[in-house]
Design a protein around this ligand. Structure first.
Ligand SMILES: [Zn+2]
Length: 465
């Protein structure tokens, strides 16, 4: 099966040029100047030609932070691996790395089996897993090595949620040391959970129950402190570290300081921290619950700081922390007690368009950087490059024909995520995925999903070299 993408502008993390892309089965077979793949005077014998003129041809988006079908606080995130990956595809994302969760008293193997069952036969795009470690025993350390060999090469640890997910500093340090041996990467949820717990209890005792108190009990400094501590622990262990969903200027300063000293400290931020702010918690009635996530939305001024971090080299990726809960029956669980509002919001489908519209079109970041932040850099950090994350011969033909002029009004009614609200409701964005290919197969065509649930396969990722 041969497919030709013709007449488009190929954009990678480093290059931008007019070019044709030839796909053979699941892989990119060749990239050449326009017409360069056509034999003299004749036509290249392809099964299908897709006209990409006036459009960008970019590597499919890679979202390394999603929570599909995830239990939280007595309920489960609204998108499963089918609806979530179909929505991702609509938005131009062709790979996700989701989180399997080890609950205390369970093995990592059990967690991986559980999450594999959730994804198999459902995922419409390729998927990998990070492993959330909530209890580190000697046998769990051994299991970490086994998982790395099987392509689950990153582990997420929590400095927040004491009694549920939080690990003490000693356990974190041991896990970091272990990755020095096995080539894994530690991802950190960096918020000081002890401090937050005290503030939450105090707020509730004072009768402060509205959604905004979720943010007011999670100070930016608690994120800054934990980010500093996480990086310091990694420095002492002599390994890289990846900070997930960085939201606060106080945390970014810690990453910047570490990188200035030459440390391999990496961090991602998410669209919600670039486009929304604390002000959203002040929306009337219970609407603030839509934005209850951890870390919380920060003051509006933070947005510019984060964009500068993305434009420079202090932040390496934009992922979504996609973890949707409906207002009805889910977020509502926390009416009268903000600490019972399920944490999370939808974002898997809107990431590429938001970052393009708010970043590239405003001149905050260039086109190459857009591709780097949404695809190439996460692929490199998490062991998927060069199979994913670029447009090059031999790479998987995960490609997006991206129309830079297509306008779209974001709305829960028209988006495909299975959730009854959208945090960006009514926002107009320009720039959207038009045609999306996953390993050579067209899965989205002019806004219609034409792929198949279950067509996505497990991504065995490489350890750090
Ligand atoms: Zn998360």
């Amino acid at each position: 099966m041969k497919t030709l993408l013709s007449g488009g502008t190929v954009v990678t993390a480093t290059d931008l040029y007019r070019g044709d892309v030839l796909i053979e089965d699941e892989k990119i077979a060749a990239v050449a100047m326009p017409g360069g793949l056509t034999p003299e005077g004749g036509q290249i014998p392809v099964d299908r030609t897709i006209d990409a003129s006036g459009k960008y041809i970019i590597p499919g988006g890679i979202d390394v932070h999603t929570h599909l079908d995830m239990p939280f606080g007595g309920t489960t995130s609204a998108d499963d691996f089918e609806s979530g990956t179909v929505a991702a595809a609509h938005g131009g994302t062709t790979s996700v790395v989701d989180f399997a969760i080890q609950y205390r008293g369970q093995t990592l193997r059990h967690a991986l089996d559980t999450w594999t069952k959730k994804a198999e036969g459902k995922a419409a795009i390729d998927y990998g897993f990070h492993m959330i470690v909530t209890e580190l025993t000697d046998s769990v350390e051994g299991e970490m090595d086994a998982l790395v060999r099987e392509g689950v090469t990153s582990f997420k640890l929590f400095m927040a949620y004491p009694g549920v997910f939080m690990l003490d500093d000693g356990s974190i340090f041991r896990a970091l040391l272990r990755t020095r041996e096995n080539g894994g990467t530690i991802c950190m949820h960096a918020e000081n959970g002890g401090v937050i717990d005290v503030l939450v209890k105090r707020a509730l005792a004072e009768g402060k129950t509205a959604p905004k108190y979720h943010a007011l009990t999670r100070p930016a400094r608690a994120e800054g402190e934990a980010t500093y501590r996480a990086i310091a622990l990694a420095e002492m262990a002599g390994v890289p570290i990846y900070i997930v969903h960085l939201s606060a200027a106080e945390a970014l300063e810690m990453v910047t300081e570490a990188r200035d000293r030459g440390l391999p400290a990496y961090a991602e931020t998410c669209p919600q921290y670039l486009f929304l702010s604390y002000d959203n918690y002040e929306e009337p009635d219970f609407s603030g619950a839509k934005y209850v996530m951890s870390p919380p939305l920060r003051p509006k001024e933070t947005q510019d700081r984060l964009w500068r971090g993305l434009a420079g080299s202090d932040l390496q990726a934009v992922s979504t922390d996609h973890c949707p809960f409906c207002m009805k029956e889910q977020k509502e669980l926390g009416r009268g007690d903000f600490s019972k509002i399920p944490n999370g919001a939808p974002g898997i489908e809107t990431r590429m368009s938001l970052v393009f519209d708010g970043g590239v079109r405003t001149g905050k970041i260039g086109l190459n950087r857009f591709v780097e932040l949404t695809s190439t850099s996460p692929a490199k950090i998490f062991g998927l490059f060069p199979r994913k994350g670029t447009v090059a011969p031999g790479s998987d033909a995960d490609l997006v024909v991206f129309d830079p002029n297509k306008k779209q009004k974001l709305s829960a009614k028209t988006l495909h995520m299975k959730v009854d609200y959208n945090p960006y409701e009514g926002r107009e964005v320009t720039g959207a995925a038009e045609t999306v290919l996953s390993r050579g197969k067209v899965i989205v065509e002019k806004g219609r999903f034409v792929g198949k649930a279950g067509a996505g396969s497990f991504l065995k990722r490489s350890p750090r070299s």
